[in-house]
Design a protein around this ligand. Structure first.
Ligand code: GDP
Length: 306
């Protein structure tokens, strides 16, 4: 069970957990990664319909995935990488599901508090997931879709609450943390990354932070600010899951389609991470990825919480 305050031994264990969940980040600086599109191993012809992540014949669904193909997957604790088979990979993601997955249902969500400083946040007494992304990325819609309520995330949209850290308690056992959106299109670079001055303390001081869900809009090409944010989290060993939003917009209009944007973003991941962080495709309109994301969160949380 969760104990607060942490003993030194418990803190060491938490650090070990955090390191285990942190995907090894390669980029030594925040210099621009190249975004040359290249074919990746996993392909998604029609993610809206949550098909298996690879085109496999039924017979090969239980055949272990070759090491080369496995290298782009997120293999959780409790799973032997050599034993990963295609049917263990969550549809529309690179996430392998292991023995810690379960109890993913959200039964109750209670707003706890809004904090203007990291030190004002609730005690580090429960595992928590922070949700972060550019303004307009679809954060409120995703939170509402996850908890299946229309007004939960609206707290953070009320005047005066947009710059606050909002804690929600889920099932009386873990926190969902809604962080301020970043990246107002016309603001200068320094101001756009100002979120870090505000939330930096939060990321660096929350021992109970299981993972950051970094939302990325799949309907537009990879944005510099999202890459900078991912780089910052990577450099600081903050475990993260890339959550691609608006994946229903597959028809596209002008410019690239979401699957092409995703391919470019995955190329960025491949170039910057020795071990790939988890990523998953979602849509708040169709419900794509909702249950899968909750299942993924459950395995991280249950492992952390044991
Ligand atoms: P936030 O500023 O990040 O909280 O973004 P919102 O949740 O308010 O969404 C911004 C806009 O994107 C709104 O017009 C939403 O209707 C739209 N949107 C959000 N999620 C989706 C999605 O999954 N699919 C589509 N097609 N539109 C979405």
């Amino acid at each position: 069970m969760w104990v607060f305050p942490f003993s030194q031994g418990a803190q060491t264990m938490l650090l070990a957990h955090r390191l285990l969940f942190t995907s090894i980040f390669l980029s030594p600086s925040s210099s621009s990664p190249s975004l040359k599109p290249q074919p990746l191993t996993l392909t998604f012809s029609n993610p809206t319909h949550a098909k298996p992540t690879r085109h496999v014949s039924p017979a090969s669904k239980t055949t272990p995935i070759m090491e080369k193909d496995r290298s782009v997957l997120f293999v959780p604790p409790g799973v032997d990488p050599d034993e990963v088979t295609p049917d263990m990979v969550l549809p529309g993601s690179n996430i392998v599901i292991g023995p810690y997955a379960g109890d993913a249902k959200i039964k109750e969500v209670v707003f706890v508090k809004s904090s203007s400083r990291a030190k004002d946040c609730p005690k580090h007494d429960r595992p928590e997931f922070a949700i972060l992304g550019r303004s307009n990325v679809g954060k409120s819609s995703l939170i509402n879709a996850l908890v299946k309520k229309k007004d939960v995330a609206l707290t953070s949209k009320k005047p005066g609450k947009t710059k606050l850290i909002n804690h929600f308690l889920v099932n009386k056992s873990w926190y969902f943390v809604d962080l301020p959106g970043y990246g107002f299109a016309k603001a200068p670079e320094a101001a756009r990354m100002d979120w870090s001055a505000f939330t930096k303390g939060f990321f660096l001081n929350r021992d109970n932070l299981v993972a950051v869900l970094l939302l990325v809009d799949a309907s537009v090409p990879p944005q510099r600010i999202d890459l900078d944010c991912a780089n910052w989290l990577g450099r600081n060993n903050i475990p993260m899951t890339f959550v691609f939003t608006k994946c229903d917009k597959m028809k596209g209009g002008k410019g690239k389609r979401p699957d092409e944007n995703l391919r470019d973003f995955k190329q960025f991941i491949a170039e910057n991470y020795k071990q790939h962080p988890p990523w998953i495709m979602t849509s708040s309109v169709t419900g794509l990825g909702r249950d899968e994301l909750l299942l993924h969160m459950s395995q991280l949380r249950n492992y952390w919480d044991q």
